[in-house]
Ligand binder design. Structure first.
Ligand code: PLP
Length: 333
């Protein structure tokens, strides 16, 4: 296929390890369509699952680098702990990720394409009686999926619905990268797409601007970048952190604090104001229109923002090896 859907193509093998209640098995390479689970497995009933998403990039000199693996591995371990899944040693996980990427190093595409890495942890104990107790056994595997340029169809300012009644997920679960959170935001997002022809929903529970179903939210007002300060209610994006660092490097002011829907709408009405969504897949995607209570509000002039594009390029330049990796974000495979 010339341009397959994001995440629909997998490398033939994955790296896998099993926890039997006392220890993790030695990691193995197995065909990537080959896990066997009991239909009563804990994960299939009580959603004891978490995952990660990070990327490996091929540089012009042929080398392959993984972006901020330490951050993703730490977040994975934290998600697992918060879901009461068996502990995963961070060095062990890092080793498994590096091993599988090394195995398929030749398949890592050149920029702007990349190799998306999907580590996944699931509770495997065959027991439907543990609705309120953790799985004693688990499985951890690392899948690889080569992905193309997110902006292949051209850069376009997104339309988003500002939703201040519902929420993306249970507030205490927001910082866990767990399947259940995506399931809980799916229907509101589908309904919004149908009703308002939007790309995403910006969840703002109780009027507090938070994040969309799969990306963090940043407001860029002149030389200030405003985004919500970290707490347990939303995912602590690695891209968010990277973009904020780059913004500081470029002399922009970074403010991490609560932002109300009221203030958001006031600010975006000004010319020159920009908004963007950050995440591993799209890096930084511009937002041009917000819909709130059935009314359309342009963000600045409604077009792709200049600062958004500049920040995205600066991050891509580091990822693709076109700028110095001054923060030590890349790990050579
Ligand atoms: C809910 C949610 N928020 C934010 C992000 C952005 O996180 P990251 O930048 O680490 O990819 C993601 C993941 O892609 C996500 O699923």
């Amino acid at each position: 296929m010339a341009n397959p859907a994001f995440g629909s193509v997998f490398m033939p093998e994955m790296s896998i390890t099993w926890f039997d209640g006392s220890s993790w098995s030695a990691p193995e390479m197995v065909p990537s369509d080959s896990i066997q689970l009991h239909p009563g497995a804990h994960v299939l009933h009580y959603a004891s699952t978490c995952f990660e998403g990070l990327k490996a990039f091929r540089h012009a000199d042929g080398s392959v680098k993984v972006f901020r693996i330490d951050r993703n591995v730490a977040r994975m371990a934290q998600s697992g702990r918060l879901l009461a899944l068996p502990d995963l040693d961070e060095a062990f996980v890092t080793g498994m990720i590096m091993d599988i990427v090394r195995q398929y190093k030749d398949e890592v595409p050149t920029a702007p394409s990349s190799m998306y890495i999907r580590p996944t942890l699931i509770g495997t104990e065959p027991i439907i009686g543990k609705a309120a107790a953790p799985s004693d056994s688990a499985c951890f595997y690392v899948l690889l999926s080569p992905v193309g340029d997110y902006f292949a169809g051209g850069d376009r300012a997104l339309r988003i619905l500002v939703e201040d009644e519902g929420m993306r997920c249970a507030p205490h679960n927001g910082m866990i990268k767990s399947g259940g959170n995506y399931a809980s935001s799916l229907l509101p997002t589908m309904r919004a797409k149908e009703k308002y022809n939007v790309d995403q929903v910006l969840f703002c529970p109780g009027g507090d601007v938070q994040e969309t179903g799969a990306a963090n939210f940043l407001l860029i007002d002149g030389d200030e970048v405003i985004t919500r300060d970290l707490d347990e209610s939303f995912l602590h994006g690695v891209t968010r952190d990277s973009i904020l660092q780059i913004a500081r490097d470029q002399g922009l002011k970074v403010t991490e604090r609560k932002l109300s829907v009221e203030e958001l709408l006031e600010r975006i009405a000004k010319p020159g104001c920009e908004a963007a969504l950050s995440g591993t897949a799209a890096v930084l995607a511009p937002v041009g229109t917000m819909i709130y209570k059935g009314e359309e509000h342009k963000v600045g002039n409604g077009e792709v923002g200049e600062t958004t594009v500049k920040l995205r390029k600066a991050l891509n330049d580091i990822q693709w090896g076109n700028a110095e990796d001054i923060h030590g974000w890349l790990t050579e495979v």
